[in-house]
Design a binder for this molecule. Structure first.
Ligand code: PLP
Length: 417
């Protein structure tokens, strides 16, 4: 058999990766997954501590999702939503609307979190034009925001390391701090006539290092956006499908638009959706000029939608969110034990989203920690000097305990101080 490490290094350009480092080190090649475990091509077992980049929900090789995809394969793998409908996308759309925050009535499919955000931004922009508010063209975003890597989503991003370089390519947006609602109010008061929408990651800014929103900010933002006729977009790409302990982090504030992706298929296949209110949808009804001219080739892909239906059915059948409550508390207790370690600056937790901020600015330290964790059978990924834990919701208490223990052993091993 070919040496996969060599093949990978010869041909693949990895995302968010300095390839110089990648090429010089030996890399892990994942061959299979089962439950919360990943296995490399040498047969070594690892806990999937970040749900394969925040997507795996009920575990790998979950019987019901495997079967749903196989069943759909026997019917059709892909048919377009441009000019045609298909069975799984229609069934899924109804299910999504049933569990979505109140007021959301329509589903626009795409393939990734970034495209779901692009779509939300374009819908909000066009909506304002369609209702005659031609000057409402700008967006408000939060400091440290992350909404994806396409040009529109980077334009509403606020992480300098990722976004600064591209500034000449981007449209300008207004940035507000998340810890000062007054600044948002002042901005809206002064500029609302120029603002189409505000976009937020509800309750937790994940890629910024699991920064948790101050209490009340989201509710106040909701009220202010309504007052000033600004669309509120909640980007649930990271937080959606149970990660915060609720199905959606924005479920009690009725956003005008939400973006979902990642966990929608249980972590199986690429799929995303942008959900809007009937009011927004209705503004696009009319002659050809009112059409939303946007669509991706694999929009509403039947295999992905079949996986997503099975994923949502498991939430119901296994009572996933109810069972999660005790796991979240257990995780909190376990994390608490380590909060006073001298290696730790802060531990932030919202549901099953955890950021462990290291008490050091040393470059590359996060990577040293995750390499220590690998030696101990855990796969995690850092965001700078923040170690992220985001295990599959299906993890057991015993496995959770092991994940936390190994994570802190790895931190201590990498930071002998
Ligand atoms: C809040 C949020 N929005 C959007 C995205 C982009 O999603 P994708 O990587 O699927 O394009 C991410 C990815 O981490 C995210 O966390």
């Amino acid at each position: 058999m070919k040496n996969l490490n060599n093949l990978d290094k010869q041909y693949i350009w990895h995302p968010f990766t300095q390839m110089k480092d990648w090429l010089k080190d030996k890399q892990l090649i994942i061959e299979k997954g089962k439950g919360i475990y990943l296995y490399d091509d040498k047969g070594n077992e690892y806990i999937d501590g970040v749900s394969s980049l925040w997507v795996t929900v009920h575990g790998h090789q979950k019987k019901e999702i495997d079967q749903a995809i196989k069943k759909q394969l026997k019917k059709i793998s892909h048919s377009t939503l441009l000019g045609l409908g298909n069975e799984p996308s229609a069934i899924l759309a109804e299910k999504l609307i049933k569990i979505a925050p109140a007021g959301l009535k329509k589903v626009f499919y795409s393939d990734s979190g970034s495209t779901a955000v692009e779509i939300a931004l374009k819908i909000a922009f066009q909506y304002q034009k369609l209702r005659g508010k031609k000057s409402k063209t700008k967006f408000i975003t939060l400091e440290n925001a992350y909404h994806g890597d396409t040009i529109g989503s980077v334009s509403v991003g606020g992480i300098d390391l990722f976004h600064e370089l591209y500034k000449p390519m981007l449209f300008k947006s207004f940035k507000v701090p998340v810890d000062n609602i007054l600044k948002l109010e002042q901005l809206l008061k002064a500029k609302h006539q120029t603002i189409a929408a505000m976009i937020v990651e509800p309750m937790v800014q994940a890629a910024a290092g699991m920064l948790i929103m101050p209490k009340g900010f989201l509710e106040s933002a909701r009220k202010l956006c309504k007052k000033y006729n600004v669309i509120l977009i909640c980007d649930e790409v990271a937080a959606g499908f149970g990660r915060t302990g609720k199905m959606f982090a924005s479920e009690n504030i009725s956003p005008d638009i939400i973006c979902v992706a990642k966990g929608i298929t249980g972590g199986y296949l690429p799929l995303a959706a942008t959900l809007t209110t009937e009011k927004i949808f209705d503004a696009f009804i009319g002659d050809k000029s009112k059409t939303f001219f946007h669509g991706h080739t694999y929009t509403g892909n039947p295999l992905s939608c079949a996986a997503a239906i099975a994923n949502l059915d498991i939430f119901e059948k296994e009572n996933t969110l109810e069972k999660l409550k005790a796991k979240i508390e257990f995780l909190r207790e376990k994390l608490d034990k380590y909060k006073n370690l001298k290696q730790i600056k802060e531990i932030r937790q919202l549901g099953f989203m955890v950021g462990i901020e290291l008490n050091s600015e040393k470059a590359g330290l996060g990577r040293e920690v995750i390499l220590e964790a690998r030696k101990r059978g855990v796969i995690i990924r850092p965001l700078g000097n923040v170690i992220v834990l985001m295990p599959p919701l299906s993890i057991s208490l015993k496995e959770l305990q092991k994940l936390v223990k190994i994570t802190f052993e790895s931190i201590q091993a990498a930071m002998r101080m």
